[in-house]
Design a protein around this ligand. Structure first.
Ligand SMILES: *Cc1c(COP(=O)(O)O)cnc(C)c1O
Length: 435
């Protein structure tokens, strides 16, 4: 990737990019929502499509010169339909949060009641947090994981739905290390005449790889970011059924079907011109995700997570739900006597070249700024080609850091070891020589 023009025009930004390349090449990236996209995806993102204005949808735009943009958007839509088994797809959402915002606008009236997973149990900010539009403009009725098992109890979810009669039920995860029972969520939603929405942002890559089941067959609406396990550019898509078969109570005045409701919520409801360069990159990522190699990749993500989880637990580290079914793990620091020390541990791991994020654990008494958990995941390290033995090594390093988090020389030692370990797995060969 040649960046000569950038080096000349803006050496400060250029240097920051080179430093970032060095940071990711020499460290271990375990934030479960991150990944490393291909050079092809990056090239599409830095293409001339960044210049185009194309408000509207293919064949129905407000500006001229759309023949190439239309081709790109239709390719992205059709590939996403095939990948997820979706009836209708909108590829224009700028990111996961605006995608979810559009869904609320499409399905609810302001102040309407909806159900989502409590943030401390692994829900997302856009699922009703009091500081987010979703909690400010709509009324969240949260469901929680069971205090003992730390897993979802669908009988409890059903009881809450039957009592509260929400208009929408969201199934989703950001820190829940288990499979979600999408079909059961949908059955409950149908029974209480609510819309079923699945937000599969974290696990989209596992779904297209066939490791987890796609919810699109059941749910009314499914949203996903494209930049997490799916390994595409920063952005999101919304998938939906076309017809609304169950909820003629709502929106009967608009005469719009579900697909039209979603499309008009995205544009003109919430967004202006779509980011055509990112839509082009989404199409490229979808094409990559259709290849048999992507199936192997997503299987390996889960295998790697299981091995890392087993190794951590064998070293005496407590994991929420005692394991994982997906790409992520949540360490509960409380049994190690480190409750409320998530931030210190995250910083210590940073010093050791291991990037994770502090996270609340279910029923955490500590503040979200210094919670009792650490969240880790395997999509990014698996993209580098790392396998089971590297996962064991990394887990052992994490255990050493947790036991010695105040010992600066120990952290340095681990950092050197980690740098050595990852040197065999370059992410973007050739990119760092630009410096
Ligand atoms: C990441 C994520 C989002 C938000 O995506 P952004 O692109 O950060 O706005 C929404 N929902 C879930 C479940 C997520 O994991």
């Amino acid at each position: 990737m040649l960046m000569n023009a950038l080096r000349e025009t803006d050496p400060e930004i250029y240097d920051a990019i080179i430093r970032e390349v060095n940071r990711i090449e020499h460290g271990v990236e375990l934030i479960p929502s991150e990944n490393f996209v291909s050079r092809a995806v990056m090239q599409a993102m830095s293409s001339v499509f960044t210049n185009k204005y194309s408000e509207g949808y293919p064949g129905k735009r407000y500006y001229g010169g759309q023949e190439n943009v239309d081709d790109v958007e239709l390719l992205a839509i059709n590939r996403a339909k095939e990948l997820f088994g979706a009836e209708h797809v909108n590829v224009q959402p700028y990111s996961g949060s605006p995608a979810n915002h559009a869904v609320y606008m499409a399905l609810l009236e302001l102040g309407d009641k909806f159900m989502g997973m409590d943030l401390s149990c692994g829900g997302h900010l856009t699922h009703g947090s009091p500081v987010n539009f979703s909690g400010l403009h709509y009324k969240l009725v949260p469901y929680f994981v069971d205090k003992e098992t730390e897993m979802l109890d669908m009988d409890v979810v059903r009881k809450i739905a039957e009592t509260e009669k929400p208009k929408m039920i969201i199934s989703s995860l950001t820190a829940y290390p288990r499979k979600l029972p999408f079909k059961e969520f949908c059955d409950i939603a149908k029974d209480v005449d609510a819309y079923s929405v699945a937000d599969i942002s974290h696990i989209a890559g596992l779904i297209v790889g066939g490791v987890h089941e796609s919810p699109c067959e059941y749910t009314d609406v499914t949203t996903t970011t494209t930049h997490k396990s799916l390994r595409g550019p920063r952005g999101a898509i919304i998938m939906s059924k076309i017809e609304d078969q169950y909820h003629d109570l709502y929106h009967k005045d608009t005469k719009k079907n579900l697909a039209q409701l979603i499309d008009s919520a995205v544009f003109p409801g919430l967004q202006g011109g779509p980011h055509d360069h990112v839509i082009a990159a989404k199409a490229v990522a979808f094409k990559e995700a259709m290849k048999p190699e992507f199936k192997d990749y997503s299987k390996q993500i889960v295998k790697n997570a299981k091995v890392m989880a087993d190794e951590l637990m064998s070293l005496g580290i407590k994991l929420v739900t005692n394991g994982t079914d997906n790409h992520l793990m949540l360490i509960d620091l409380r049994p190690s006597g480190l409750g409320g020390k998530g931030k210190q541990l995250q910083n210590a791991l940073d010093k050791a070249g291991i990037t994770v994020n502090k996270n609340s654990v279910p029923y955490d008494d500590a503040s979200p700024f210094n919670p009792s958990g650490l969240r880790l995941g395997t999509p990014a390290v698996t993209s580098r080609g790392m396998k089971e033995s590297e996962m064991q090594h990394i887990a052992q390093s994490i255990a050493v850091v947790i036991k010695n988090y105040k010992d600066e020389s120990k952290l340095k030692e681990i950092k050197a070891e980690i740098s050595e370990l990852v040197s065999a797995y370059p992410i973007y060969p050739g990119l760092s020589v630009l410096g």
